[in-house]
Design a protein around this ligand. Structure first.
Ligand code: HEM
Length: 429
């Protein structure tokens, strides 16, 4: 497909450094929202309620322009608009001004299957499904549990820790490195890169691009090593996989993109969810006591944590003009996939803005909807359950420190990034 002039203009606009400039505080959330706004990052729940009521598919010119649906049914419908809404640009922020121009194919394999449309999407997703099936992920439980204990051993005697930095953030990078077959000692480096790609880097396009380049360089070297010397690990498995699919064309480039996705998608998301869960339990002693009294409630409580604090907002780009519910989406427009807002829609959840720890009906879409629904959800649930279970076993009573402030990250992935906590020191295993 050749790009029309209007599309070309949009691409130029998207790489224009000026669109990164802060646009000042938001005064009207229905016409001028900014997902970087402090109030939105701190607590978007009341803002979504206002947007849903006044203008359920809002538009803002900020950050190069985007649409923002906040109703469950609209999110589900839009996630199904394929190929009209393409996944080849899933970042909610515009590309860095110095980002290289990529062809459609390069965009799609950059982090397939999440950045791919069919047919590329189908076979790249199938490459991943066996490793992340419900039964397959149980083999990582022991490693995760051991890791959680080791992390807690480091700070339990002191009676304080940063629940985000010292605990939540440490778990997913080590687990995913272990699964892929990369030295878990790289975990801190992964966190730094992912933070730049999805977190702080959203406000710093130059460094975001640099981090992305470094990460791809590292993964490419790991792939090259396994081409020479195959190992017993997921990376080797992906590289030498054979699929019975005439469309499949597994090249090192495809495997680099998939590995990039596993690191990016598997880290920030799950650490945010573990962190939000701990934040909730620190602030809500009744819910914490309920879990201490009824540990079997944990899987249901985890679903409510996923719903209430759903971390991930994605994006799509319109491949054609779309008329939907009176809204005119133009070819080249960005549409935010605001799954977190959909998880608070009163048409689908009773008392959606209440956290109900034993919520019985909870068909949330924190993991997305449709063909791109999270392929790592079984692993994410396993990590969340293990992390919160072990924490509660070791540190049943804890609170947020009143001495130091905490910090949330927002934008593409929302969760606590700095979360000082205190608790009675020295509880033992
Ligand atoms: C609580 C943690 C997690 C949340 C909330 C989450 C959320 C999501 C969401 C919303 C999507 C859909 C993206 C879209 O529609 O564009 C997605 C896709 C995906 N996630 Fe997760 N994710 C989590 C953890 C993980 C983990 C641990 C992994 C694996 C290491 C993972 C791997 C993937 C993959 C491969 C896709 C792409 C699937 C496809 O395009 O077919 N995620 N995730």
């Amino acid at each position: 497909m050749t790009d029309s002039p209007d599309m070309h203009e949009k691409m130029k606009l998207a790489t224009n450094p000026e669109i990164w400039a802060p646009g000042g505080p938001v005064e009207d959330w229905t016409t001028d929202y900014d997902i970087r706004d402090e109030a939105y990052v701190e607590n978007p729940v009341p803002i979504w309620a206002e947007m849903r009521e006044k203008c359920p598919i809002a538009h803002s010119e900020r950050l190069g322009g985007s649409w923002n649906p906040t109703k469950f049914d609209d999110l589900r419908a839009m996630a199904g608009m394929i190929p009209e809404l393409s996944s080849r640009q899933v970042l909610v922020m515009p590309p860095a001004p110095n980002a290289p121009e990529l062809s459609r194919y390069e965009q799609m394999i950059a982090a397939a299957p999440i950045t791919a449309d069919p047919p590329l999407h189908g076979w790249t997703r199938r490459m991943l499904l066996p490793a992340f099936a419900p039964r397959a992920v149980t083999r990582w439980e022991e490693y995760t549990e051991q890791l959680c204990h080791e992390l807690i051993d480091e700070f339990i005697e002191s009676g304080r820790c940063d629940g985000a930095v010292d605990y939540s953030q440490q778990i997913p990078p080590r687990v995913i490195a272990h699964i892929i077959g990369i030295d878990p000692g790289m975990a801190d480096q992964f966190v730094e890169w992912v933070n730049m790609v999805l977190g702080e880097g959203l406000y710093d396009p130059q460094n975001r691009q640099k981090a992305r380049d470094e990460m791809i360089g590292f993964i490419s070297a790991e792939v090259a090593k396994r081409q020479e010397d195959p190992q017993e690990d997921l990376l080797t498995e992906l590289l030498f996989m054979e699929l019975e699919d005439p469309e499949a064309n597994i090249t090192p480039q495809v495997v680099i993109g998939i590995t990039n996705l596993l690191i990016v998608a598997g880290i920030d998301t799950t650490w945010s969810s573990i962190g939000s869960g701990l934040w909730h339990l620190a602030n809500n002693p009744d819910d914490r006591q309920r879990l201490l009294d009824e540990p079997d409630l944990l899987p249901i409580a985890i679903e409510e944590m996923l719903r209430y604090y759903a971390p991930v907002t994605m994006a799509r780009v319109a491949e054609t003009d779309i008329e939907y519910e009176g809204v005119h989406i133009k070819r080249g427009d960005k549409v935010l996939m605001n799954f977190p807002a959909a998880c608070h829609d009163p048409e689908h959840f009773e008392d959606p803005d209440e956290f109900v720890i034993d919520r019985a009906r909870n068909r949330h879409i924190a993991f997305g909807s449709g063909i791109h629904r999270c392929a790592g959800s079984n692993l994410a649930r396993l990590e969340m359950q293990t992390a919160i279970r072990v924490w509660l076993e070791r540190i049943p009573h804890f609170e947020l420190s009143d001495r130091e402030p905490m910090k949330w990250a927002g934008g593409q992935v929302r969760g606590p990034r700095i979360m000082p906590m205190s608790f009675p020191a020295g509880q033992r295993r």
